[in-house]
Design a protein around this ligand. Sequence first.
Ligand SMILES: Cc1cc2nc3c(=O)[nH]c(=O)nc-3n(C[C@H](O)[C@H](O)[C@H](O)COP(=O)(O)OP(=O)(O)OC[C@H]3O[C@@H](n4cnc5c(N)ncnc54)[C@H](O)[C@@H]3O)c2cc1C
Length: 504
Amino acid sequence: MTIEHVDVLIVGAGLSGIGAAWHLQDQCPDKKFAILESRDAIGGTWDLFRYPGVRSDSDMYTLGYSFRPWTSDKSITDGHSIREYVRDTARESGIDRKIRFGIRVVRSSWSTATATWTVEAQRVASGKSITFTCNFLLMCTGYYKYDAGYTPHFEGRKRFKGKIVHPQHWPERLDYSGKRVVVIGSGATAVTLVPAMTDKAAHVTMLQRSPTYMVSIPERDPIASNLRRVLPEKIVYRITRAKNVWLTLGFFNLSKAKPKPIRRLLLAHMRNRLGPGYDMKHFTPSYNPWDERLCAVPDGDFFKVIRSGKASVVTDHIDVFTKNGIKLKSGMELEADIIVTATGLDLQMMGGMEISVDAQPVDISKKMYYKGLMFQDVPNLAMIFGYTNASWTLKADISSEYICRLLKHMDARRLRQCTPVNHDPDVRIEPFVNMQSGYIQRAIDKIPQQGNKAPWRLYMNYALDLAALRYRGVEDGVMTFSNPPRLKAPAKRRRTASTHSARA
Ligand SMILES: Cc1cc2nc3c(=O)[nH]c(=O)nc-3n(C[C@H](O)[C@H](O)[C@H](O)COP(=O)(O)OP(=O)(O)OC[C@H]3O[C@@H](n4cnc5c(N)ncnc54)[C@H](O)[C@@H]3O)c2cc1C
């Protein structure tokens, strides 16, 4: 069996994996790296999801990479364009040649003696095992299971004679022309699907258990469009990115600090968009803004289709699926030809990979997350996890930058191992993400913990993370460096005529 060794092994060729590889090439050009990707394509999320209207719900000036300007004038864009952006980044920088497609990482074990990870993987097509070793393992595997989305148990599901579809596995040829569609859910996917499907469907109903905050945002950024007339693309990108970072952060912090006035503002905004006489019970969430992710509605498309009557919202609970649709707890029956279960994702960390350190299995749900990037007591391994309250890439970018600084620091000191270790008895454990969203609550026992103070605290705040990851020294008393390379004993050689002559 041949085992291939690289300095850094990246797992996942999505937005984060390609970004991480770019930073590595840029900052640590001497490091040999490879990317393992279980699918046959670059793009991760943006290649997998193909439902009608699939798009970003955060702006591309912050979802784009720090190093590659987003040049389209569409700020909220479709999945296809994001996929192309990630692929172009990989192709233009030669990163695509470093990707091994169709390889799923299953298990990794760290050995302190050799300061290496042994990474066991499988070829997806043949099931054959394949092993790699590396000095640093960078997990860019996203946060959910790729094989299946989350679908709760629906009583009577088999009775329904129409089609049931999950957005994670959208059938390529699904014809919904003239059909009555019910979309179950109220998250970003449902809010995208409903207006998109009104193009051909007879009617689309969004069936939600509880309302969500929605906010209309411009699909094209007017400031960027104006700046573009007079400034080069790079500068436009920087200015618009900075503007959007601070606007998003400011709004999030304000929502947390002053939930009541922000709630009133959001409710008034939705009322205005829906027009007079609309029953606001469908748009009055029971929680405070940003206790769950806020849904962006580009150019108010969702509100427009509700106003036009092409779509409607029902707030109720499902009792049972029937032959013709869904019977609700209120007794009402929704007739449908197609039911879309936009019921969310099944959270999974590190692509389901198991880990052990010096033959001891590690349960990451019992570990604190160091700087929102590495795990307590786990050496030379990082997992990129972006923001849930802003664009994912903002955090992914600065996380990769930090890893490069860390690697350079270790090289300079000739150390092979870096392990975040907690020495502070006063650190209290807290839940990973302070959000009530169903998909987070369902997975609380699979995700790592955070501490109540730095560097164990997950800020979800770009300004604080920027300071911690880009500017603060990597030596902080918590990150523990060890394991100098063992010096090879000099080979005992007899002085021979040939060695003499070689030197002469
Ligand atoms: C429908 C949808 C819309 C979204 N919209 C936004 C948005 O508007 N803004 C935003 O900021 N975020 C959004 N997100 C979050 C989104 O996931 C991030 O934007 C981003 O795509 C994450 O990139 P990633 O590379 O970290 O993970 P992913 O895109 O999930 O890519 C992970 C890659 O790792 C591979 N992989 C996983 N496990 C293994 C394994 N064991 N072995 C080998 N390979 C593996 C996968 O095949 C995949 O290619 C959205 C998510 C979804 C599902």
